[in-house]
Design a protein around this ligand. Structure first.
Ligand code: HEM
Length: 423
């Protein structure tokens, strides 16, 4: 890829433009990106009821794995009062602008709007039993995250940095048009923006963004890695299906829950002391390191990382002093698949390499038990010969923030009451 006149590669600039945000980043980005972003639809009846129904419209790689959009923004929104019918109309109209402006695809823009427990606290009634949406909390003894409490969260995603930025400027009320469509309503007419976070995922982007705290100066991130830690992670068989994460009954049937944490990565030891075999052992499992099952970033694994061959994590911990991240998570699988659908992406927010760990699941409890399995408390501590065990990738991660949200189905996505209606 060619550096531009200021020595910044075009793709790295596009990523950092999303990190910077705002009108001037958008203007600079549009000038450089020069893409035709496909339009959305005027008739919303063709749109799915599930806001999270992304997999059918996302690209697939040669093996058949879903390829996530490359650029992301998470916009935190606050609401002062109890919403009125007018507020609901405005929010619905603002979301319709995005749907008219952008095709739902990697080339267009995908969006979801979710609501936190704090949002629902303002109503007299409670959420129904079919929705499990606790306040976020610390999920291990070794973390002390800030607990995010915006009322709502908007997730915007596209392969085009300019499309993410433009969509964000539109919902903030800073643009008259979005991809040629009139912006006749904005989320900012009802909400105030409390925070924004951003990130990227996909081949090349982590390497291009490795000049940041948390990654050693030797620029060790493989050129083709989709994530900072150097491996693919979105294998079809190591993801829950969208059906598995969808709420089945009650007023929010067709919705899902979203956990969004921010994790700082500290990769000095990962890249400077651990060799490749040890990285494979810690990420997948020691058996995969022994057999050479993982080539490069893991693209050779197709749709299935073959975790059945890894053996019991406690035994591996005893025998080898290392247990794989993914190996520990096998025991929370149901019907051979995980119960969470990961849509995480990397980030340089705060000037530090990190991950926005965004996961969808039918109930937040499914995320919490997955995280507990990842803690692997039963495999921590010292081995019989006094060596400290390497417990997956835990030691490279510090969770800085956690937030929980309900993503209602499309029909009740505009400021729902706990009953799922605007009654
Ligand atoms: C933030 C840094 C993280 C990185 C770099 C990372 C990386 C990976 C990679 C490379 C895989 C692929 C191996 C496979 O598919 O079997 C994987 C799988 C997985 N990860 Fe992570 N992960 C991270 C954090 C988390 C967290 C916080 C959770 C949830 C608590 C999580 C849950 C999972 C699950 C459920 C799987 C699939 C396991 C299975 O196949 O059953 N990961 N991760």
């Amino acid at each position: 890829m060619l550096p531009d006149s200021r020595g910044v590669s075009r793709r790295a600039f596009l990523k950092s433009a999303v990190a910077i945000g705002g009108a001037s980043a958008l203007a600079a980005c549009m000038e450089r990106e020069e893409v035709d972003v496909p339009s959305g639809v005027d008739d919303p009846s063709s749109l799915p009821e599930r806001q999270h129904a992304w997999n059918d419209v996302l690209s697939r790689d040669d093996a058949g794995n879903v390829v996530p959009p490359r650029h992301h923004a998470l916009v935190h929104l606050d609401l002062d009062d109890t919403p009125t019918a007018d507020d609901r109309e405005t929010v619905e109209a603002a979301l319709r602008v995005l749907e008219r402006a952008y095709e739902r695809s990697n080339d267009g823009v995908l969006a979801t709007l979710g609501y936190s427990p704090v949002y629902f606290d303002r109503f007299d009634s409670e959420l129904p039993e079919s929705v499990h949406l606790p306040e976020p909390r610390s999920l291990s003894d070794f973390e002390d995250p800030a607990l995010d409490t915006p009322d709502a969260i908007l997730h915007l995603a596209s392969d085009h940095a300019s499309a993410v930025l433009e969509a964000e400027e539109a919902v903030r009320g800073n643009r008259d048009t979005a991809n040629g469509v009139d912006v006749d309503a904005a989320l900012a007419d009802v909400f105030s923006v409390a925070d924004r976070r951003s990130g990227f995922v996909g081949e090349g982007l982590p390497a291009e963004n490795q000049d940041t705290d948390g990654v050693p100066d030797s620029e060790p991130v493989p050129e083709d890695a989709p994530f900072y830690m150097g491996f693919e992670s979105d294998f079809e068989k190591s993801q829950a299906t969208e059906d598995r994460v969808t709420i089945q009954s009650g007023p929010f049937a067709g919705g899902t829950t979203q956990h969004a944490s921010h994790i700082d990565l500290n990769l000095t030891q990962w890249y400077e002391q651990d060799d490749r075999e040890s990285r494979v052992a810690q990420m997948f499992c020691p058996a995969h390191a022994d057999s050479g099952a993982v080539e490069g970033t893991g693209g050779n694994l197709g749709t299935d990382p073959g975790m059945d061959d890894c053996g019991d994590p406690v035994e591996t911990g005893e025998d080898r002093g290392v247990v794989g991240h993914s190996q520990k998570l096998q025991r929370v699988r149901e019907d051979g698949r995980p119960v969470i659908l990961r849509r995480d992406f990397d980030s340089t927010d705060g000037g530090h390499a990190g991950v926005h760990f965004l996961a969808l699941q039918r109930e937040i409890a499914a995320f919490e038990r997955t995280r507990e399995a990842m803690n692997g408390d039963e495999v921590s501590g010292e081995t019989p010969v006094g060596r400290k065990r390497n417990n997956g990738i835990r030691q490279y991660l510090s969770v800085t923030h956690r937030g929980n949200y309900l993503l209602p189905p499309r029909s009740t996505r505009a400021l729902p009451t706990p009953e799922g209606s605007d009654a």
